[in-house]
Design a protein around this ligand. Structure first.
Ligand code: SF4
Length: 131
């Protein structure tokens, strides 16, 4: 069993879910002395809490708030190759304890083929095995 420092996990939640307002927080945290936060001997969560207070940004907005499926997310403009609707379906299933069956038994049209079709053909073993 392994675990993380909960304060470090909170920082990860802010950085991974944050929107443009977090840029100000990061800058203030840096001014407060935040450096090498992935190193446990360097990480000081007070730099970050102070930065949130200085900027008036609520950290709980990023770490504890439930998101609606219709919410526009800060990273929606980044094309990861997989359709958002595909990921939303996985999320909905996870809420009922279901997982998506292996797609080698039937394609779900996740979106990677339309996004990476040329890259697919360059794969060393003759291409991805998607239909
Ligand atoms: S078979 Fe390929 S295209 Fe279809 S769902 Fe799986 S990864 Fe996506």
């Amino acid at each position: 069993m392994t675990w993380n420092n909960p304060e470090a996990s909170l920082l990860e939640s802010w950085l991974s879910r944050g929107d443009r307002r977090l840029a100000d927080v990061i800058f203030h945290a840096w001014q407060n002395g935040a450096r090498f936060d992935a190193w446990t001997d360097q990480f000081n969560p007070e730099h970050w809490r102070k930065a949130f207070a200085q900027t008036g940004v609520d950290p709980d907005y990023y770490s504890y708030r439930a998101r609606g499926l219709d919410e526009v997310l800060p990273w929606d403009h980044i094309n990861a190759g997989v359709h958002k609707a595909f990921l939303q379906k996985d999320y909905e299933w996870s809420q009922t304890g279901q997982t998506r069956p292996d797609c080698r038994g039937g394609c779900y049209i996740c979106g990677i083929l339309s996004n990476f079709n040329e890259l697919r053909l360059l794969a060393p073993d003759g291409g991805w095995k998607c239909p």
